[in-house]
Design a binder for this molecule. Structure first.
Ligand SMILES: [Zn+2]
Length: 247
């Protein structure tokens, strides 16, 4: 598991990003998804949680963010790519395998968020919607950006031409060896800064899932090499990122 130093300083908060060795996560295709999250919670000293505490998002590459009502979880919220909560005991979980998992904490209002942001979600405004849903001064937000496919490896395929002409995206594109690469990390960080998040409050783990496909999960790598995650024996394995309020 990996952690964000900036989030670790808050004692009312637990969070983590699972690695491949912590087991795959996908509430739609991995039978042990809940178990693997609960085991990760145990590893950091929290044994009293059950499946009823966990809330997943369906993740449809859209821009909808759900503010979880103050009852405990045990469900998958359909149609959304972001979850926000202010309820103690709710553990928000996002699954990814190349897209950006983003964990957010507002120490001012004591609210947490977990966001799935890929290329489509970023363009559609998932980050803008998530920050707005916090209803806070963005300068107070603490942000952790987990492992995702980075500009070293993310070459665009069929939509390269279209994105080259998208004024929002154009400046995040670079050419190397006849390929066109996109910098999702910079798109996300620039959006956060533009919204008023402080640079010093953003922690980027700097890990590329494609470079470290054995340590995490990479959807791109799996498409290239369908055998890579064979031992898991599940469809579409992802790694989980979670955040929860405990006090
Ligand atoms: Zn890479």
């Amino acid at each position: 598991m990996i952690f964000f130093q900036k989030l670790l300083q808050y004692k009312n908060l637990i969070h983590g990003v699972l690695e491949r060795k912590d087991g795959p996560v996908n509430p739609f295709s991995v039978p042990k998804t809940e178990e693997n999250i609960l085991k990760a919670l145990e590893k950091i000293g929290y044994k009293n949680f059950s499946e009823e505490n966990l809330i997943f998002a369906e993740q449809v590459h859209g821009n909808k963010v759900y503010f979880c009502p103050p009852k405990i979880g045990g469900y998958i919220k359909l149609g959304v790519d972001g979850l926000i909560s202010e309820t103690t005991g709710q553990i928000l979980v996002i699954k990814t395998a190349d897209c950006l998992p983003i964990l957010i904490y507002d120490p001012k209002r004591k609210r947490i968020g977990a966001i799935h942001a890929g290329k489509k979600g970023l363009i559609k405004g998932i980050i803008e919607n998530a920050i707005a849903t916090f209803e806070t001064d963005p300068a107070s937000l603490i942000i952790g950006i987990g492992p995702h496919i980075r500009s070293c490896c993310y070459d665009l395929k069929e939509d390269a031409e279209e994105l080259k002409n998208n004024p929002q995206i154009r400046r995040y594109i670079s050419k190397r060896n006849q390929k066109i690469y996109l910098d999702l990390t910079k798109i996300a960080i620039d959006k956060l800064l533009k919204l008023g998040v402080k640079k010093e409050n953003i922690e980027d783990c700097k890990i590329c899932t494609f470079c470290e496909a054995q340590r995490f999960y990479s959807c791109r790598k799996r498409l290239e090499n369908p055998e890579i995650y064979k031992k898991e024996g599940v469809r579409m394995p992802c790694f989980g990122s979670f955040i929860g309020l405990i006090l």
